[in-house]
Design a protein around this ligand. Structure first.
Ligand code: GLY
Length: 405
């Protein structure tokens, strides 16, 4: 090799290193995934001891654990995480704890006042049925719950109603409930649920997304005509901003829609959302997003000046999980890019910066999530769903890439 070749080679290697998502120490390994999962198995036992009888863990702040009733939107995540960790470890005590909480949740199958039934019932009972294989125990609960969710669909707006105030508000988060409907169609053979899901996903593509593939949080429709009345935010910095978790709900939602329907337009859409998120100039180097993609450079008069640079770890967990699934749906360089980006997120989430030490953080795994800054609610705290999607991502990482180990 002559001098020119050598210099060219050095230049190329430097460029590859500089643009590689895994530069530095951010290489995630199977050993790290196992260490994180083993830590999670121990840590969730701390959470179990700290959560009130008859309640479901939600968050922890200033030395105090906060739990919810079964009707709160996050109620399914703790039993879901227990089930994932039971699946990983085979520890029967985790299944036992999950079953105790599932008994509290079952009545939500009759709840027609919320669109969050996918989070509540599918992350919990859906996983219970998949992991235990006990269809007889869970089928009726899942189908009754899906029927309740389907009552919120309107053929006029071509969407499922999210909240029971305003006119007919639909939030991007609702994409996450479609997996529940798709599964109900598979379980029952009744296309009705999956048809609603596809129509809702298509309406959301049309009305929630901007040209740059960022999305609005809320689209409020006229229930009588189906026309859009207003596009706005509830948990983001301002109406035109890109609330971080909303972008991740959409990414995960359209990835899942491709998995469930095989319709490539959803994968194409998810790829565009991923580009918006991952190439965003405000994305921090460690890929743990700020709470809003328009942060930290919010307008000077921002009401949220004190929070501008807060991260939202729940967005990062969700994004890692979705990217890992996307990496199995595409080939070559793009697949490697999604996988390596997810690995980099998991690597960073697994460090002391975001993972709590055993016995601390009220028994939750991850620190530094944000519920809603505009409501000054759950700011810079652990959240049950950040942990759920983190554990899911760790398991996906193991299952997709280390299945034979
Ligand atoms: N689904 C409510 C939230 O993401 O905060």
């Amino acid at each position: 090799m002559n001098k020119v070749h050598l210099i060219t080679l050095c230049f190329l290697l430097t460029a590859i290193y500089a643009f590689s998502p895994l530069k530095g120490q951010e290489k995630f390994t199977l050993q790290q995934a196992d260490a994180s999962l083993q830590h999670a198995v121990q840590q969730i036992k701390v959470l179990a001891e700290r959560s009130a009888e008859g309640m479901l863990p939600k968050t922890y702040d200033k030395g105090k654990n906060f739990d919810s009733e079964s009707g709160w939107w996050t109620s399914g995540f703790y039993p879901g995480t227990l089930l994932y960790l039971y699946e990983y470890s085979g520890e029967e005590s985790l299944l036992h704890l999950a079953r105790e909480k599932l008994r509290l949740l079952e009545k939500e199958k009759y709840n027609t006042t919320t669109h969050d039934l996918g989070f509540m019932l599918y992350c919990s009972f859906g996983n219970a049925m998949r992991i235990t294989g006990d269809t007889a125990a869970y089928r009726e609960i899942l189908l009754k719950g899906a029927e309740s969710l389907a009552t919120r669909y309107s053929p006029i707006t071509k969407a499922i109603r999210s909240w029971d105030f305003d006119n007919f508000p639909v939030i991007i988060d609702n994409m996450m409930n479609l997996e529940f409907l798709n599964s109900a169609s598979r379980l029952s053979g009744d296309r009705h649920f999956a048809d609603i899901s596809v129509i809702h996903a298509n309406t959301t593509m049309l009305n929630h997304y901007r040209k740059d593939y960022s999305c609005y949080h809320v689209v409020d429709y006229d229930p009588k005509t189906g026309k859009v009345i207003k596009k706005k935010t509830n948990q983001g910095a301002f109406d035109e901003s890109a609330w971080a978790r909303g972008q991740a709900w959409g990414l995960y939602g359209y990835t899942m829609m491709y998995r469930d329907t095989g319709d490539r337009k959803y994968l194409t859409f998810a790829k565009k959302i991923a580009s918006y998120m991952l190439k965003h100039p405000n994305m921090p180097k460690d890929l743990i997003a700020y709470w809003d993609y328009d942060a930290p450079d919010l307008p000077d008069d921002s009401k949220y000046a004190q929070y501008v640079d807060y991260r939202d770890v729940s967005t990062a967990s969700l994004t890692a999980s979705a990217l890992l699934e996307m990496s199995t749906m595409v080939k070559g360089k793009l697949s490697r890019y999604y996988r390596e980006t997810a690995e980099r997120i998991l690597y960073n989430l697994s460090t002391d910066r975001y993972t709590a030490k055993q016995g601390t953080n009220g028994g939750f795994l991850l620190m530094h999530s944000v519920g809603s800054i505009p409501h000054n609610s759950e700011v810079d705290v652990p959240l049950s769903y950040a942990d759920y999607y983190y554990v899911e991502a760790l398991l996906r990482y193991k299952n997709y890439y280390h299945a034979s180990n």
